[in-house]
Design a protein around this ligand. Structure first.
Ligand code: XMP
Length: 518
């Protein structure tokens, strides 16, 4: 039975968004680089294809081309932007450069009734330099805008559609209706990709993969490792050994919370390793951010190797890899991106450690992971927890990482989070269309300044508050938090945390800053 959509990526910055929108419609889809071998795509048994946009021009030398097996399949196709131009060119139409690039909001008028677009006017997002000048035989025009005569075209008899604009972005308010018409009505797919079905199929797949063998999992307290571990536990019960390494670099009381949720709430037996003393030893005297990451990564491997040996070196390891990591590592942009921070090095295991990986979240987006987590009964405060960097508070404690300074940071950070929680701004499931407070935390600066408390001079460290809104963590805006919340937080930190006499608020966005300070 056909249950999925195949999305071909021609290099658009919005390809992942197309996939997220299709998944929002509860239909499974996968993204493939445009030059993927047809057999790999046939294995998905798709009911239709979506062709993404892309930065090229169809007439450029070496520009990505339309794989012809797509047309031969006889299945419905929706080409978006460059995808529509590829269809036009391959089927005998003509594409040429627009007199000027069109970028931004535009009004289209849908003149003829058709299965994809409702008649009337609607606002859409355009971003293109070329446009279709002549449609291929058999096509007719569905819509036009002031500067794009053929803003959408179709040959409904063959199920082939093209839109010059981007239905996948939020700036096209009715874009989801367009994708729904394609996925549900034209491809005939039902909304079956629900958390319950995802859980049932993962459990079955894990059982098949593992058989009677033992499996090791390391949880960090983050959403991904917790959901992955819970799924594997549901599949194989006590064949799973779960290890939690307390690095001493977690937030205040977090280690205890992780233990409580996993053991008591989810009934997953947990081996806790208190490795904090070893981590602080390894970090002594180190102030360089990348060196901190390297030392923490090496320490993790050391502790992990000991625990794997203690568990009898099971052949399988659970990893919480999620779909954006998979897509980025296979896309051209992913491998060429300049390294700003070595985010993904922490927790990476050496080649010599031979495990077969179990990656139950490999095809899920973050919001799907969270919904699966909720359906598995993981408490919502953990499911909606903000991302926390692998190296933990070490990269929020600028300068040397000592137990005393980490304690200072933990106390200040707990106050900030408490105030945000009271204001209902922390770990919230976002209201539709509302910018989520993506991350909020305290950074301890090794900068001492003079203050006065109770008539006495103080000379102490500085806490910086950082709070950002972000959809994807690639870009972020500083959060415009209420002044009274900031004031109360600063007041409490200075009064309640020994060693801090000054609080500042970080009002830079990313870029040019990054979210974390190190
Ligand atoms: P930046 O600071 O680069 O952060 O704007 C983007 C996102 O990545 C997280 N981050 C890390 N995550 N290991 C991680 O697992 C790291 O070393 C690391 N550094 C930053 C950061 O919290 C934000 O969500």
């Amino acid at each position: 039975m056909k249950t999925a959509i195949a999305i071909l990526d021609f290099g658009s910055q919005y390809t992942q968004l197309i996939a997220r929108r299709v998944r929002e419609l509860q239909v499974y889809c996968e993204i493939y680089p445009w030059h993927t071998q047809p057999e790999a795509i046939h294995a998905l048994n798709p009911a239709g294809f979506i062709l993404s946009g892309g930065p090229s021009s169809v007439y450029e030398e070496n520009a990505p081309t339309l794989p012809l097996f797509i047309l031969r399949s006889g299945l419905p196709v929706l080409g978006i932007c460059y995808g529509m131009q590829l269809l036009a060119e391959a089927l005998g139409g003509m594409v040429s450069a627009s007199p000027q690039k069109e970028f931004g909001l535009a009004e289209i008028e849908v003149t003829s009734s058709n299965p994809l677009l409702k008649t009337g006017r609607q606002t859409v997002w355009m971003s293109h330099g070329d446009q279709v000048k002549e449609m291929p035989p058999g096509f007719y025009r569905l819509a036009s805008s002031a500067s794009t005569f053929i803003a959408a075209m179709a040959d409904p008899a063959r199920g082939i559609y093209g839109v010059q604009f981007h239905p996948e972005v939020h700036h096209t308010p009715r874009g989801i209706e367009i994708l729904r018409a394609f996925v549900n009505d034209i491809c005939g797919l039902q909304p079956e990709w629900t958390p319950e079905n995802i859980i049932a199929s993962s459990v079955e797949r894990i059982r098949r993969q593992v058989g009677g063998a033992n499996v090791l999992s390391a949880v960090s307290g983050g959403v991904d490792s917790t959901v992955a571990t819970t799924l594997v536990h549901r599949a194989i019960g006590n064949q799973l050994r779960t290890v939690f390494v307390n690095t001493g670099l977690l937030r205040l009381n977090e280690a205890e919370q992780v233990e409580k949720v996993l053991k008591q709430h989810l009934g997953i037996p947990l081996v806790t390793v208190d490795a904090s003393a070893g981590y602080f030893d390894a970090l002594r005297g180190i102030t360089d951010p990348e060196e901190k990451r390297r030392v923490i990564g090496a320490k993790f491997i050391e502790v992990f190797e000991q625990e794997a040996a203690r568990a009898g070196n099971p052949p399988f390891l659970v990893q919480g890899t999620i779909y954006p990591d998979v897509v980025e590592s296979s896309s051209a942009q992913g491998s060429q991106a300049q390294r700003i921070k070595s985010h993904h090095n922490v927790g990476g295991l050496p080649e010599s450690m031979k495990f077969e990986l179990i990656e139950p979240l490999r095809y899920l987006f973050k919001d799907e992971v969270r919904r699966v987590g909720e359906a598995l009964g993981i408490p919502s405060q953990l499911v909606w927890r903000q991302p926390f960097p692998g190296p933990g508070l070490a990269v929020r404690c600028l300068g040397e990482v000592t137990p005393e300074r980490v304690r200072r940071l933990q106390l200040a950070d707990a106050i900030f989070r408490e105030e945000l929680e009271t204001a209902n701004l922390l770990n919230q499931k976002p209201a539709p269309g509302c910018a989520l407070l993506a991350q909020a935390f305290v950074v301890l600066l090794p900068v001492r300044s003079v203050g006065v408390m109770g008539d006495r001079r103080t000379y102490q460290e500085t806490a910086a508050l950082r709070a950002v809104t972000s959809e994807d963590f690639m870009t972020a805006d500083w959060a415009h938090l209420p002044y009274d919340l900031l004031g109360r937080t600063a007041n409490r930190i200075v009064n309640e945390v020994p060693g801090i006499n000054r609080v500042v608020y970080d009002i830079t966005s990313k870029p040019p800053s990054t979210i974390e300070w190190e």
